[in-house]
Design a protein around this ligand. Structure first.
Ligand code: CA
Length: 236
């Protein structure tokens, strides 16, 4: 019924109008284990981000309509998107010089043509830098620590007994804080889109997760938002 525990895939959204580059990067990133989505312009990127916030955005400089640099600035000024790491893709020469000199809000940039290997290295570096994750893959919030490599949860170095499903649920919440998710969205993100699980299953696991966290005084972080869903929040 429930899927086996699997490592969390980082979600990468590519905004690029050139189909061959989209194909090449899609192949490279999926092979590497990333969850990959693509958009050909800013309008499409916006709707994909509204649907599911990516862990990293690969953004082409020259796009039809709004260009990548202006879009990067918009992303940085919107509260919903300002923390999305951005790597700009630029053409050789003038663009690269300009992107270097401009305050685009991008975390890094890479000049075309680039190798898959080079891009993957930059992606890993940006993800490492921008996450609350230290070098050993530990994400911690207010003393609650998730070890992403070993699937362990600890509080003050004490191991918290947690099931694989609760771990995945907690991992999703911790990496997507301060935002409300419906039961359906949680099912898609935590259980996967092709798995048939009833929505009330989410409630059952939320209850178990709270019970697991309760002795450590963290259950209040998993908040019910009436008639909408659930939210992970460290504010109140
Ligand atoms: Ca382009």
């Amino acid at each position: 019924m429930l899927r086996h525990s699997q490592p969390m895939k980082s979600k990468i959204l590519l905004v690029e109008d050139e189909a061959p580059i989209r194909e090449m990067l899609g192949y490279t990133l999926m092979k590497e284990g990333y969850a990959f989505r693509e958009a050909t312009d800013v309008a499409q990127a916006r709707s994909l981000i509204a649907d599911d916030k990516p862990d990293l955005l690969l953004l082409d400089w020259m796009l039809p309509g709004m260009n990548g640099v202006d879009y990067a600035r918009r992303i940085r000024t919107s509260p919903d998107t300002k923390d999305i790491p951005i790597i700009m893709l630029t053409a050789r020469g003038e663009e690269a010089d300009r992107v270097r000199g401009l305050d685009t809000g991008a975390d890094d940039y890479i000049t075309k043509p680039f190798s898959g290997k080079e891009l993957l290295a930059r992606i890993r570096a940006v993800l490492r830098r921008t996450r609350n994750t230290d070098v050993d893959g530990v994400i911690s919030v207010n003393g609650l620590a998730l070890e992403t490599e070993t699937f362990r949860v600890t509080v003050d170095e004490q191991i918290v007994e947690i099931s694989p499903t609760e771990f995945r649920l907690l991992h999703f919440f911790i990496t997507h804080p301060e935002r409300v998710y419906s039961r359906g969205q949680l099912l898609d993100h935590v259980w996967g889109q092709n798995v048939y699980v009833e929505e009330r299953t989410v409630d059952v696991h939320i209850r178990r997760l709270r019970k697991t966290l309760e002795p450590y005084n963290y259950s209040h972080l998993i908040q019910t938002v009436r008639s909408v869903g659930y939210r992970f929040s460290t504010k109140n």
